[in-house]
Design a protein around this ligand. Structure first.
Ligand code: ATR
Length: 277
């Protein structure tokens, strides 16, 4: 029986087991997906001993994603560009391979829930410059966005993304977030603002074209204040839960050999679990 797992520290709140075990059941596959708490000082040894531990692969969460990148013998373009690995698997020769599926998860969510979202790809505005932002900026550049404007409270972090990804990335001051929205085709919140228990995201949407797509990686609440306000003025909005579901697809495919579909049934399972928390 094939066993995969999510590894991190802490890992007990991860919803990945719900996703993968749902797919295992749906496709009638023999296998299981578990949680393994792996402290940072044990991560390298753990990743290098996947096979000995009876695992076909793992998802990697905070704080071990950079360590996973270091340990992987083969890494794909996404992981290299993003500088972190969230999915590990063994190839037929037993080599440890790594990818980062956050960027692809982000665009697949929009492809599914706002088809044609990238038809106009002149200007994207991305709020935040943390790990998630890095993956999303990479994915937007891959999709051909001409300008990706990054606004972050800590300016140096935006500047380091520009240094890394080049001149299509434009750095703006955090205080200009309401002014920058003219001609914007896509607005993305990657900060933790608007999440339950966090501060509100203060932004005036007045300058945002009504045909712009708006998305938030925060999914607790599912409809953040940003999404509610954007939807009220006629923008197409996409919540962040889909990114969590879509980023899981390629790991499942690598470990279990089937490309799973993100269905409404799966979404309902996660929503039900969120309701329980
Ligand atoms: P992730 O990996 O999910 O992107 P992260 O790396 O901790 O998480 O990034 C969190 C983002 O939310 C950062 O862009 C952070 O801004 P800083 O780089 O200035 O820390 C942003 N953020 C968190 N709290 C914020 C606040 N009160 N105001 C503005 N931005 C905030």
């Amino acid at each position: 029986m094939k066993i995969a797992a999510v590894t991190g520290h802490p890992v007990k709140h991860s919803r990945s087991p719900l996703i993968h075990n749902h797919w295992l059941k749906t496709y009638g596959l023999e296998g299981t997906y578990e949680k393994r708490d792996v402290p940072p000082d044990e991560a390298a040894y753990f990743f290098k001993s996947l096979k000995e531990n009876g695992l076909v692969g793992v998802n990697v969460t905070i704080p071990n994603k950079e360590k996973a990148l270091e340990c992987a013998e083969v890494v794909d373009e996404a992981a290299k560009a993003i500088g972190a690995v969230n999915t590990l698997w063994l190839d037929p020769d037993g080599k440890l391979c790594g990818s980062n599926t956050d960027g692809i998860g982000f665009v697949s969510n929009l492809d599914q829930n706002a088809p044609g979202w990238d038809k106009n790809h002149q200007k994207a505005v991305v709020l935040g410059a943390g790990g998630a932002s890095r993956a999303i900026v990479w994915a937007l550049l891959q999709r051909g966005f001409t300008e990706v404007h990054i606004l972050n409270r800590t300016l140096e972090k935006s500047q380091s993304l520009r240094d890394h990804f080049g001149s299509r990335v434009l750095v703006e001051h955090w205080d200009n977030r309401s002014k920058i929205l003219d001609n914007c085709n896509l607005l993305v919140n990657t900060t933790s603002l608007g999440m339950e228990g966090q501060n509100a995201l203060e932004i005036n949407l007045q300058n945002l074209p009504t045909d712009a797509v708006v998305t938030d990686i925060v999914y607790t609440p599912l409809m953040t204040d940003l999404l509610v306000r954007a939807r009220e003025r006629g923008n197409t909005v996409v919540d962040g839960l889909g990114m969590l579901l879509h980023q899981a697809v390629s790991g499942f495919e690598k470990w279990f050999g089937i490309t799973p579909t993100v269905t409404d049934e799966l979404r309902q399972i996660i929503l039900k679990d969120m309701g329980r928390m």
